[in-house]
Design a protein around this ligand. Structure first.
Ligand code: SF4
Length: 456
């Protein structure tokens, strides 16, 4: 008769918020697995539940508080972490029974709260070994792409944003540390790295661009050197949250160059939030306001890397925004011809300086402006996609759905941009995580449609 092994303690996990919070969740889940906890999918099966919250805008606060409430009602033992953890009084007021509250990246506090609620089962062999075969930890994203967090915090003080007060000033990870993590991910089968931070272009400023060694070569802790290092891995690298500093211009040439295996050294893709186009509104936002220069720079980028896809975000109805300033924003859209655009109607965030500005825009007018803005951009995006019909695009397959393969081109970041539907995906024998060349045959407002012409 063989004795059955005692069951592992079980943790439920709810992950809310942005890609940065997702990276935190991955770290906590990895540590839990390393210590022998099982991660379970239902409240009933869990001995304790961790909720990783978001606190960026009011709707995220409500969503986070609701998620905590649901976990308490369904399970009862709840540990809260993440951005909203910085506002513990708010959480305690709504949910006095939570076991513990900690802020973002406070992995130590989350783990000690888990230990006291649910001591780990000691297994000297298993406890030291992560469960995944590839040894790169628990990833919440599919196996073929991964977020790579390069820094925390932000040195800017945009008046609508409370991230610096929640996450503090910029703290960059040493470049060799980031490159080693990227290398492990690539060895584990990742084909696309999504570089994230609060402010990717400020990378290294806090450590005075310290030089470190990786693969016997010296690299500065700086955005351009990081991109050069990542290009050695021969996979896609996509940059997110690039603040429009002048030195962004320095990396555009890498987007036009191919590495040894024919991959672009850096994907010709720039996620660069401009937020507005009126110099006065940008000043109120405490953002760089030289709009003519921005348009010139966009043109220059396109002359160096003609395929560059530019994604940006904007806020409409910022306090004090006049009709004329809103029209300036629409004119900017016409001139800039951005590929992908996200927009929000301004909504006050608790604790943000912009709340004190005079002349708030009435809600109805904000919504009307947002609708006009989106309509204008939708035409631009649709025309830009239509211009790709007849071209051949290198794509990465995300999923197989019947006969279709669902993929993304270099111009499409996962979850926020469009897709490429490959009509003959199954018959072409495509697999998830594979690069494929696609002949583009049609388009709509968001997506492209085509057929696979060549496999890797
Ligand atoms: S750069 Fe981004 S994170 Fe930093 S203060 Fe501005 S909006 Fe917030």
């Amino acid at each position: 008769m063989s004795a059955s092994a005692p069951a592992n303690p079980k943790v439920g996990f709810v992950s809310l918020g942005c890609p940065k919070a997702l990276v935190d969740s991955e770290r906590i889940l990895t540590q839990l697995r390393v210590e022998g906890y099982d991660i379970v999918q239902s409240y009933d099966d869990a001995d304790v539940v961790v909720v990783n919250t978001c606190g960026f805008i009011d709707s995220a606060v409500t969503e986070s508080l609701d998620a905590i409430g649901e976990a308490i009602a369904e399970n009862g033992k709840v540990i809260v972490t993440g951005c909203l953890g910085k506002r513990s009084e708010l959480i305690r007021e709504a949910h006095p029974d939570v076991l513990s509250i900690s802020g973002p990246q406070d992995y130590g506090s989350v783990m000690s709260a888990v230990h006291s609620a649910l001591p780990p089962r000691h297994d000297p062999f298993l406890d030291l070994v992560p469960r995944r075969d590839d040894g790169i930890g628990v990833k919440l994203t599919p196996k073929h792409y991964a977020y790579l967090k390069i820094s925390e915090g932000c040195n800017h003080r945009c008046s609508f944003c409370i991230i610096p007060s929640m996450r503090g000033d910029l703290v960059s990870r040493p470049v060799d540390d980031v490159l080693r993590e990227a290398e492990k991910l690539a060895m584990g089968g990742v084909k696309e790295l999504l570089v994230i931070s609060q402010d990717t272009s400020a990378y290294g400023v806090d450590v005075k661009y310290a030089e470190r060694q990786w693969r016997g070569k010296s690299y500065q802790t700086r955005m351009k050197a990081l991109c050069e290092g990542l290009s050695e891995l021969g996979i896609w690298t996509r940059l997110h949250y690039v603040y429009p500093y002048p030195h962004v211009d320095d990396i555009i040439a890498l987007m036009a160059e191919n590495g040894a295996n024919g991959m672009p050294k850096l994907l010709p893709y720039l996620d660069i939030p401009f937020q507005h186009a009126s110099p006065r509104v940008l000043k109120l936002m405490k953002r760089p306001g030289a709009v003519d220069k921005t348009l010139e720079r966009i043109q220059r980028w396109r002359s160096i890397a003609p395929d560059i896809a530019i994604r940006s975000t904007f806020i409409v109805g910022f306090p004090g925004e006049t009709d004329a300033e809103f029209e300036e924003l629409l004119d900017f859209l016409d001139e800039a011809q951005l590929d992908r655009v996200g927009a929000f109607a301004y909504s006050p965030v608790d604790g943000a300086k912009a709340n004190d500005l005079p002349d708030p825009v009435p809600e109805e007018l904000k919504q009307e402006r947002l609708a006009r803005f989106m309509e204008r951009q939708a035409e631009i995006s649709a025309a830009k996609l239509e211009a790709k019909v007849g071209s051949r695009q290198r794509c990465l397959v995300d999923a197989i759905d019947g006969e279709l393969a669902i993929a993304r081109s270099m111009a499409d970041a996962p979850e926020i941009d469009g897709l490429v539907q490959i009509q003959n995906g199954e018959s072409a024998g495509l697999r998830v995580g594979q690069f494929v060349d696609v002949e583009i045959m049609g388009s709509d407002e968001h997506d492209l449609f085509g057929e696979a012409v060549e496999n890797d």
